[in-house]
Design a protein around this ligand. Sequence first.
Ligand code: HMG
Length: 395
Amino acid sequence: MIGIERISFYTPAYAIDMRALAKARGVDPAKYCVGIGQDTMAVAPIDEDVVSMAANAAQQCLEGLDKTTVDTVIFATETGVDQSKAAGVYVHSLLGLPGSCQVYEMKQACCGGSLALHAALDRVARRPEKQVLVIAADVARYGLGTAGEPTQGAGAVAFVVSAQPRIIEIFPQTGYFTQDVMDFWRPNYMEEALVDGKFSVRMYLRALESCWHAYAADGGLPIQDLDRFCYHQPFTTMAYKAHRRLFTVADVEVPDVDVLAPSLRYNRLIGNTYGASLFISLCSLLEQTPVDMAGEHVGLFGYGSGCVGTFYAGRVIRNYRAHLKREEHECLLANRCLLSISEYEAAFRRRLPIDGSMQVLEESCGGPFHLEGIENHKRIYGRRRREAGANLGVA
Ligand code: HMG
């Protein structure tokens, strides 16, 4: 039995209210809150990037674990900070992981987190005594005033994959789908993603359909045996579209989509976190479902534009609730500072120097780690003097 032993996520201490954004853009707030399905959207301050967010998520995830048992760190991101150096190497250093650990980066848009999970499962299958730390972190950026703007967000998730899963066992049967399409992409020279929005929604659903057939062909569970579902959530109403499509494709009457509500709660507050989104949804499902889900089967769908999809499933482990970080996650979300739209726009426009000059960043609020500054084109990370909840100022 191999699966997830512990899991935790992190999102910056700043957010905007979607109603305020709608008002500023001259849009009916119901479009963002009902049509797209977002209440608030995380905003990363200048001193938070995928490395600091990942270190904050991973530190909480590893609490109480003997770090010398971590053999591999796989970091999935499409918002990497360097073309050569894996972002996980910085995290390895910030967390004081052993030098004998291997670290690498994985990329395929939002599917990176699921692909990293599968690589970790394979590693543990070969070496059952090892523990693999999987991290997925991203900042979703589309540009001010664009159609994609209400589907931004920022966050990181970290989980340990081992042969002693205390939260969810992941079954080996998997359905994949790959097709070379340009539905969403970000050239190396651009800070914001380019997207063909409506086409990306259609590709997501087409990938889900193909993944379901591939999953069934791989000996996966019949749909009637799946009790819960978690979908990649670029925005939460996408999960409803996916759920309806999945049951239609499986030729089974579409059940009440309200069953998805617990898996959407955190994502409604954070927004898209690309590679982390599916696993933040999994945290939400496990932590916000009022009944004990032990023994239940969960179907998971990861989609990464470009595109690669994957459908797989797992079984929730007995006593899983004792190993969740529900209180920490609720506290993180409850203590965020809501920015005005002009503060958000100012934070969005800020850039680090790209000429090698030195800049020491003022410290925002957030988890223990942040980006202290940049010098000679080198990013310098360290510990914050103050942490989330303390005197939240402007990003
Ligand atoms: P849009 O054109 O601004 O919005 O773009 P719309 O007109 O399609 O409206 C959105 C929904 O709101 C519609 O619902 C409207 O009816 C509804 P639907 O018909 O789809 O069910 N609506 C209202 N509801 C209530 N009251 C109202 C109202 N007005 C409208 N007054 C779009 C939306 C998602 C395309 C845009 O935000 C976008 O391009 N986002 C970025 C791309 C994206 O998220 N794609 C998702 C699939 S691809 C993916 O998941 C991968 C990704 O995560 C990246 C990666 O892999 O790395 C993106």
